[in-house]
Design a protein around this ligand. Structure first.
Ligand SMILES: Nc1ncnc2c1ncn2[C@@H]1O[C@H](COP(=O)(O)OP(=O)(O)O)[C@@H](O)[C@H]1O
Ligand SMILES: [Mg+2]
Length: 281
């Protein structure tokens, strides 16, 4: 079973003269297992990308350690096991989308035929089939992001480390990426993702951690952190006025306070997906 263990991780960036400059991480510990999506949340500069870069061996920690399936970041075993999406896309502008995926497939050790077949499937999966022959140079930020994610998927790693995977995506693109992440979870992959936008991770993470100035503020399942235990919400359909009146009277009789009773509002996101989600080409 894949796993990521981050233990007491600290990172201080120093300047050219070796003076301490920024403490980006301060004693961060967390762990995740296969079949789990873990979200790192925090404002800009809170240390999310630094954590990820250490986890994939691009940066060395000042102290503490990360292991991927028990292996040190940067080791061959850890690199084989991990797929990394950096926060800034690093696609080659002169390749087209299909070539980009085939290149990543080849780098992951796939033979030509398999790489080509998987590239086609993934283009379909990230809704870029229509743009497979177009150069990446002309892609919008959202298209580049989706192609970036497909490039990570083609190697079929055990552990996914995705830095702000939904950044730059419109709501439908974000839903597509969240669906992909849900699929990976079902396949038993371990998935570590970050965002500085809180709502983005809400319905995709099993657990989240809040990071601020390199320190973990809180960690838990969404249920543990967000469930309100001192109120109860009841949704009725159809909203029969007589029945509602009777329920309100019963509540009053029991000495309960009705905090709200009204037709609920959809969120703008739900509305947007409803009007654009169906017949988009
Ligand atoms: N290579 C670097 N050199 C110096 N400081 C850095 C470097 N990379 C990140 N930092 C600093 O470390 C802190 C955390 O950055 P980062 O991990 O990128 O945050 P986040 O991804 O949460 O926005 C910030 O204050 C940032 O300026
Ligand atoms: Mg970042």
């Amino acid at each position: 079973m894949p796993d990521v263990e981050i233990t007491n991780l600290s990172k201080t960036f120093r300047d050219f003269f070796g003076r301490r400059r920024v403490q980006a991480l301060d004693g961060l510990s967390l762990s995740l297992r296969g079949g789990e999506v873990f979200g790192l949340l925090g404002p800009n500069g809170s240390g999310k990308s630094t954590t990820f870069k250490i986890a994939v061996g691009l940066l060395r920690p000042s102290s503490g350690q990360v292991t991927i399936n028990g292996h040190k970041p940067g080791s061959l075993a850890a690199r084989r096991a991990t797929g990394f999406l950096p926060e800034d896309s690093t696609l080659l502008p002169f390749l087209n989308a299909a070539e980009t995926l085939r290149l990543h497939g080849a780098l992951a050790g796939l033979d030509r035929a398999t790489a080509a077949k998987k590239a086609d499937e993934l283009l379909e999966r990230v809704d870029l089939k229509h743009a497979g022959k177009r150069r990446v140079k002309g892609f919008s930020k959202g298209m580049q992001r989706r192609l970036g994610i497909a490039s990570v998927l083609i190697a079929d790693p055990d552990v996914f480390i995705l830095d702000e995977p939904t950044s730059g995506l419109d709501p439908l693109g974000a839903v597509l990426v969240k669906d992909l992440i849900a699929d990976l979870r079902k396949q038993g992959k371990a998935i570590l993702i970050s965002s500085h936008l809180l709502g983005e991770l809400e319905n995709v993470c099993d657990r989240v951690a809040f990071l601020n100035k390199g320190k973990l503020l809180r960690e838990g399942t969404l249920d543990e952190l967000l469930r309100e235990h001192d109120v109860h919400e009841l949704r009725l359909s159809p909203p029969d006025p007589e029945a509602i009146k009777a329920l309100a009277a019963l509540a009053a009789e029991k000495g309960l306070k009705i905090m709200s009773s009204r037709a609920p509002m959809r969120t703008l996101e739900q509305f947007y997906i409803k009007i654009l989600g169906k017949d988009e080409s």
